[in-house]
Design a protein around this ligand. Structure first.
Ligand SMILES: CC(C)(COP(=O)(O)OP(=O)(O)OC[C@H]1O[C@@H](n2cnc3c(N)ncnc32)[C@H](O)[C@@H]1OP(=O)(O)O)[C@@H](O)C(=O)NCCC(=O)NCCS
Length: 210
């Protein structure tokens, strides 16, 4: 496995962005939320899913922060700092959104977005996430999982938030066991009704030490 030097990434070549996004599409192949949002399961054969992850990373490079470990980026985290948020009107996001089937866009607006906003306020308090560091993506390439890379990225991100003396917020639909193993307890939980199942999302927060 490549070395595990933690660093912030400021640019990625098109080839690197595609390669990392394909790896993330495979890593998230069982994410029910991505499935409900996109109308297809993420995989490296899904151009829509690959571009969905590209749009997250590009948003982080533009307005947020992208952190990685390993020379060839086997693990990556995208986050936004206090007062910043993902611009879903960027050309990348507009392109992805235009390719999502109407039924899934309808679900995103009328089921997901409505419940998500309420859930976040209940879990953290009004405006807390907006005033914190907020992780929008954490993923480890599948053959490098369970080797400590994901926890290293999360711990380093905690340090970044700690240095800024703000909280770090994130949610998961896929990996509550991972966060439990690291000692985090969910501070909120929501269920979204999709056509095939109820998708459970849990909210976590790490507050700075006083
Ligand atoms: C979840 C994920 C980020 C964890 O990263 P990782 O590098 O594989 O995890 P680590 O090796 O740092 O594991 C830390 C601990 O969590 C445990 N763990 C990791 N993934 C786990 C899982 N899916 N289920 C149960 N425990 C898990 C490990 O056993 C380890 O505990 P231990 O030290 O007591 O053995 C990674 O597996 C991943 O990208 N998964 C797919 C995408 C995803 O779910 N991302 C998170 C979205 S919020």
């Amino acid at each position: 496995m490549s070395g595990s030097n933690f660093r912030q990434i400021f640019t990625l070549s098109d080839d690197e962005l595609t390669r990392v996004s394909r790896n993330l599409a495979v890593a998230f192949s069982q994410d029910p939320l991505a499935h409900a949002l996109l109308g297809e399961w993420p995989s490296d054969r899904s151009d829509l899913a690959v571009d969905f992850f590209k749009a997250h990373i590009s948003a982080g490079l533009s307005d947020g922060a992208v952190y990685a470990v390993g020379e060839d980026i086997p693990a990556l985290l995208v986050a936004f700092g206090p007062g910043k948020e993902m611009n879903d009107q960027s050309p990348e996001w507009k392109d992805v959104i235009s390719r999502i089937p109407g039924v899934n866009r309808h679900w995103q607006l009328n089921e997901f977005k409505v419940k998500y906003e309420n859930f976040i306020e209940q879990a953290y308090g009004k405006d807390c996430q907006h005033d914190s560091w907020y992780i929008i993506l954490l993923g480890v390439e599948i053959s490098n999982q369970k080797r400590g890379l994901g926890s290293m990225l999360l711990r380093e991100m905690q340090h970044v938030a700690e240095q800024d003396q703000v909280s770090l917020c994130w949610q998961t639909t896929t990996a509550p066991e991972f966060y439990e193993a690291l000692g985090f307890k969910a501070v909120g939980e929501v269920g979204y009704l999709s056509r095939s199942e109820t998708i459970t999302q849990r909210a976590y927060i790490s507050r700075p030490s006083p």
